[in-house]
Design a protein around this ligand. Structure first.
Ligand code: G3P
Length: 217
């Protein structure tokens, strides 16, 4: 499973990139607003830190405007992935941008039917929002399971990018289902390391080691 990081915070991206665990980055207009930085500059900088796909979302909603914005964003770096909304105009643009050789991430997916449309539009990634589905009392992970089954039935190349992830359970459930990618808020990626027995075991090992009076270097 690939790990993308869902943030436009450059300090977080630099710090997590050094872990060697990052395969890409996703941003959205809310995350860009939170960063307080210029959109295109931030994307350029992120692309220079992380070699994998970096999703940059268009702000236009009509086909012509989406294409204009995509043509600007795709020139920022070779690893820019254009993020478009799951609408008829977004999917029409997805088809054209993909056919032109640029990656496309179709965002705001909340149903298996929408995911099927995105795959048929040649999306590189489909982003189902599991947390927001859970928030309205539906089952986000059932959505992932349905999309995995449908994509496998037809050997679609579109990768399932699990988004709106709220905790390690979302990541593990998605990995068990075979989703290709999870995009994680930094806190969730860090939480994956945690286990109380690791902390307890390490404390004991360090105590015992100190008791030996030895040093390795
Ligand atoms: O980037 C899209 C998605 O991950 C947003 O997550 O937490 O705002 O629902 P959230």
């Amino acid at each position: 499973m690939k790990f993308f990081i869902d943030t436009a915070d450059l300090a977080e991206i630099k710090s997590l990139a050094s872990s060697g665990l990052l395969d890409g980055v996703t941003t959205n207009p809310s995350l860009i607003a939170k960063s307080g930085r210029d959109f295109k500059e931030v994307i350029k900088e992120i692309c220079s830190i992380v070699p994998g796909p970096v999703s940059a979302e268009v702000a236009g909603t009509e086909y012509e405007q989406i294409m204009k914005e995509a043509n600007v964003l795709r020139k920022i770096a070779d690893n820019v992935c254009i993020k478009v909304p799951l609408t008829p105009d977004g999917l029409r643009a997805c088809r054209h941008i993909s056919d032109d050789g640029t990656m496309v991430n179709v965002t705001l997916c909340f149903s298996a039917a929408q995911a099927l449309l995105a795959a048929k539009s040649n999306a590189s990634f489909i982003s189902p929002f599991v947390g927001r589905v859970d928030d309205i009392g539906w089952d986000g992970m059932q959505l992932i399971s349905d999309i995995v089954e449908i994509y496998q039935n037809y050997s679609f190349k579109t990768e399932i990018l699990v988004a709106s992830v709220r905790g390690p359970n979302h990541v593990i459930e998605a990995a068990k289902m075979g989703a290709h990618v999870a995009t994680l808020p930094p806190a969730v990626l860090r939480a994956l390391f945690n286990h109380p027995l690791t902390d307890k075991g390490l404390a004991q090992f360090l105590k015992d080691w100190q008791g030996t009076g030895q040093s390795i270097v």
